[in-house]
Design a binder for this molecule. Structure first.
Ligand code: IPD
Length: 268
């Protein structure tokens, strides 16, 4: 373990930002007119050749800078826990938006030391924003610090969520939304979990929840939300984990978690 964890976190963030910038040039600035799209877990869960190329590029930048670290990516896998530093890479979060050329996809890269996320970047090329955070060092959007304002009451909260790709799971998640909708201001489904989490930190939504995510979807965005002052946990009230995330202002977190639990969100 390094003598100065915050210096290491800054160094990891620097590498993450460089890798995310390079990936943004590849997938957004130089987006080809056509690219190969294929199905993954279901017919609507897509992977494109741009996801693969983006992950390859990010892996090569990280591995050149830090050859002993482990990189775990959505497309190429990896072995979390093999090394002291593990990188979580989603080369395009919001692939459906990307395929449709719909605004709101992201490159999400996080670095964890011994299982604790310490640095993260979420680059949002269609809105021209880059979110960054280090543990204990705060969160920022394009260098401007993010700090949550006061929470609205539950019935005035704007709540973002997302859905898995399996039809049966989507039916259950839709039933939760049907119960939630009359109890809050409104619902948003933007299509990229990493950006939803950053939107909590930036105050663009008041809360975000989803069941069924992977670490590469949530690690960087959860750190941004957390460092901006949100409470980030699991839908059952435990610590955030792959498969279960709720992020909201600390005053809103409890009432929303209780409502989501009543609606069975943690079982979807
Ligand atoms: C998906 C997006 C989406 C969320 C899904 C994720 P992908 O990630 O983050 O918003 O609802 O659960 O799988 O597949 O586009 O990387």
């Amino acid at each position: 373990m390094t003598a100065d964890p915050s210096a290491l976190a800054d160094q990891l963030l620097h590498i993450a930002v460089a890798a995310a910038r390079a990936a943004v040039v590849l997938i957004h600035d130089e987006r080809p007119a056509t690219f190969e799209v294929s199905a993954k877990s279901t017919a609507t869960d897509h992977v494109t050749e741009m996801d693969r190329a983006s992950e390859e590029l990010i892996r090569s930048i990280i591995s050149t800078a830090r050859p002993d670290d482990e990189v775990v990516g959505e497309e190429g896998g990896g072995d979390p826990g093999r090394a002291e530093v593990t990188w979580w890479v989603d080369p395009i979060d919001g692939t459906t938006n990307y395929v449709y050329d719909h605004p709101g996809y992201a490159v999400s890269i996080a670095a964890a030391i011994d299982g604790i996320t310490v640095a993260g970047v979420v680059a949002d090329p269609t809105h021209g924003r880059t979110y960054t955070a280090t543990r204990g060092g705060g969160a920022a959007c394009d260098g401007r610090p993010l700090r949550l304002a006061a929470a609205p009451p539950l019935e005035q909260a704007l709540v973002a969520t997302g859905f898995g790709y399996d039809a049966a799971r989507r039916a259950e998640q839709g039933a939760v939304v049907a119960g939630l909708l009359p109890r809050v201001r409104d619902i948003r489904r933007m299509g990229a979990a990493a950006l939803d989490l950053c939107s909590v930190g930036a105050g663009r939504v008041d809360a975000y929840y989803e069941a069924g995510l992977s670490m590469w979807d949530l690690a960087a965005g959860a750190l941004v939300a957390d460092e901006a002052g949100a409470r980030v946990g699991a839908l059952d009230g435990g610590p955030v984990r792959p498969g279960s995330v709720l992020a909201a202002h600390p005053d809103l977190f409890g009432p929303l978690r209780d409502l989501l639990q009543d609606l069975g969100a943690d079982r979807t």
